[in-house]
Design a protein around this ligand. Sequence first.
Ligand code: AMP
Length: 192
Amino acid sequence: MIIILLGPPGAGKGTQAVYIKNQFKIAHISTGDMLREAVKSKTELGLIVKDVMERGDLVSDDLLLKLIDERIKDDDCGNGFILDGYPRNQKQASSLDKILSQSNKNIDAIIQIDVDFSILEKRITGRADENKGEKRVDDNLEVLKNRLLEYVDQTEPLISYYSSHKNYIVINGMNDISKVSEDIKNNLNKLK
Ligand code: AMP
């Protein structure tokens, strides 16, 4: 099963992706986590992307394509995977279509986690505070606002790109975390 999770920063994609990974025994691919790990370990990739991430801008499509193309070939992706944070714009969506079709794979479902922007800012400010101990490189209010703008500008148009997919699922992300994960699970179970 191959699933794409769509939604703005703070919608709860990471949390829900972990539930889906455990319930459906598929790999969780978070490009944000992979890039943060690269920055932390000061790899060549990490050194290239550090400044871009700190500003809350998007990393180049070519770097992301290489990262994803390699990652989905890993053994743990054999049963499928959930993409959390990729694709982030039209070009990445087209690249993904291409690499999947090269290996005769299809996207089984797209899950859009829908959250009002008014409550996102509250959530992400909370996250910036919570993480005071070990701060994410990109967690401060100004950067988070920039990430929301990037989302509206680059990623939100993917909603119309994918909405004609036969399994385009919209989930109300303003409910409790457990209700959101229950709704996702029920929808995915119908596909099996
Ligand atoms: P995330 O944890 O998914 O919100 O990602 C954190 C940061 O990593 C983003 O603000 C971007 O700088 C970078 N990033 C993650 N995924 C992508 C992507 N698909 N394309 C470009 N940049 C990305």
